[in-house]
Design a protein around this ligand. Sequence first.
Ligand code: NAD
Length: 261
Amino acid sequence: MNLLQNKRIIITGAGSGIGRASALLAAEEGAAIVAVDQSDSVLETVQTIEQSGGRAMAVQADVSDEEAVAAFVARCVSEYGGVDGLYANAGVSGGRKTLTELTVADWQRTLAVNTIGVFLAIKAVVPEMTKQGGGAIVCTASVAGLRANAGGVDYSASKAGVISIAQTSAYQLYGTGIRVNAVCPGLIETGMTKPTFDLADERGRRDRIGQINPTARAGQPQEIAEMACFLLSDRASYVNGQAIPVDGGLSASHPWVFPRI
Ligand code: NAD
């Protein structure tokens, strides 16, 4: 209950899925939360935290807008007195277009949110964290950033970029006491993947989802939140520059076919 006691943490994409689960868990673990999302669903996240006795404020902002990002970081500092943690998690799927269907505009939007959005948030928190003598930054990448077959080319490249940002930033921030890590979720049941789950339900095939990983199911947002909160905490004090899969074991394998004999 006190993994993140007295930490001041900004979480983007906190209106739904992984971001909301992480905000609720971090608040339960004692953190004061700045919950950021472009959707007004972030108000509900904050209401839920407050109803359980936690501390949180909601900010509606687009993470790809540099001024808006600087403003929510400034708000964390003015209201809470500093910033100890950032979970740069907001993202978009990029849709289901194939290589030849994707346009430059599609690429630009996917990269603007998933990759540049992460960069902007890191850039904005680093001066304050440096002043404070340290901090913890976590980004949501994806197994799509590690290997093929978990998203379109734009989405996968955007997430490979997030992994690179985490690794490169960890070194750029050498000796500052700021750690930067990425979480790489596998298939998680959230707003983003709802169409996949709805389709499976429609066909009566929900039990097929997640069968290609050895845990034999899809993941829940809470299971990513657990890793994010650990990485944001001082218990992860020697974990830095890593891209950590939380995917039921999916990325541990060579290509594999379920044995039928
Ligand atoms: P979700 O759709 O439930 O939540 C994403 C949230 O981000 C939404 O509330 C949305 O409004 C917000 N958002 C989107 N663009 C934004 C912007 N420009 N500015 C501010 N907020 C914005 O999906 P999720 O699965 O919880 O996604 C969270 C992260 O996890 C994303 O980065 C996603 O790419 C990543 N991810 C998800 C899965 C999965 O299977 N669900 C797997 C790997 C990685």
